[in-house]
Design a protein around this ligand. Structure first.
Ligand code: ADP
Ligand code: ADP
Length: 216
């Protein structure tokens, strides 16, 4: 049976950072809905053009578009053993759609680590975030700076600050998270899949907690 892990938590809590580490440790593919949208933006696809207006405002891209993008990604051969989902699902409609599509792939959501954090820290984390142009590696100007300013340690590509990481948009995204994504905490708790992890700890401490809950 494949293994599907859903990382749940507010913007800036460390989902992407943790997903990348966990993917290396487990060999599972990291599937980030935000990164998929950003690739489409970069390549100026129809999907990218549609998503841009929502992303710029800090709102969610409509469910139908998001669900079909994820369905296409999860049906690729590299997800046969499962995946670490980062940023999807973000609404109950997306969560229901995920259940359905995983049953088609003979899988299910196995574990949902719910990474928690305080709002002031989330804003500080997101506003200091630098992202790698080539493949989305994540840095923070204070908490995890690259060796060389503006250059990705892993692939040497340029680091940039996302347009939607401005303080005002981040605050909007946290509000959208509260209204539209928080219901998933109960959704997965009721299904016995939720494991709460304090995301305000150091990266290595959060990683150790994640490894424990995902490998059991
Ligand atoms: P998310 O995917 O949940 O939005 P990221 O993984 O992109 O969050 O992390 C947001 C910012 O916080 C990044 O700049 C990252 O380097 C930094 N960060 C992530 N985890 C930690 C941590 N445990 N302690 C300090 N900074 C962190
Ligand atoms: P963060 O890492 O800070 O949580 P993401 O990179 O996951 O941010 O998402 C960036 C933006 O992409 C979101 O604000 C939203 O507009 C869009 N997006 C990403 N995932 C989804 C999703 N599952 N449903 C709808 N919109 C999404």
């Amino acid at each position: 049976m494949p293994t599907f892990i859903v990382l749940l938590g507010p913007p800036g809590v460390g989902k992407g950072t943790q997903a990348k580490i966990l993917a290396e440790q487990t060999g599972l593919v990291h599937v980030s809905s935000g990164e998929l949208f950003r690739e489409n933006l970069k390549n100026q696809t129809e999907l990218g053009k549609l998503a841009k207006a929502y992303i710029d405002k800090g709102e969610l891209v409509p469910d139908d578009v998001t669900i079909s993008m994820i369905r296409e990604r999860l049906s690729r051969p590299d997800c046969k053993m499962g995946a670490i989902l980062d940023g999807f699902p973000r609404t109950p409609v997306q969560a229901d759609a995920l259940e359905k599509m995983l049953s088609e792939f003979n899988g299910q959501v196995d574990t949902v680590p719910y990474i928690t954090g305080e709002e002031s820290v989330l804003v500080e984390r997101v506003s200091g975030r630098w992202t790698c142009r080539a493949s989305g590696h994540i840095y923070h100007e204070k908490f995890s700076p690259p060796h060389q300013l503006g250059v990705c340690d892993v692939d040497g590509s340029e680091l940039y600050q996302r347009d939607d990481d401005k303080v005002e948009t981040v605050k909007k995204r946290i509000q959208v998270y509260r209204n539209q994504t928080m219901p998933l905490v109960d959704y997965y708790r009721q299904r016995g899949k939720l494991v709460e992890i304090d995301g305000m700890q150091a990266v290595e401490v959060v990683n150790a907690a994640l490894l424990t809950c995902c490998m059991n």
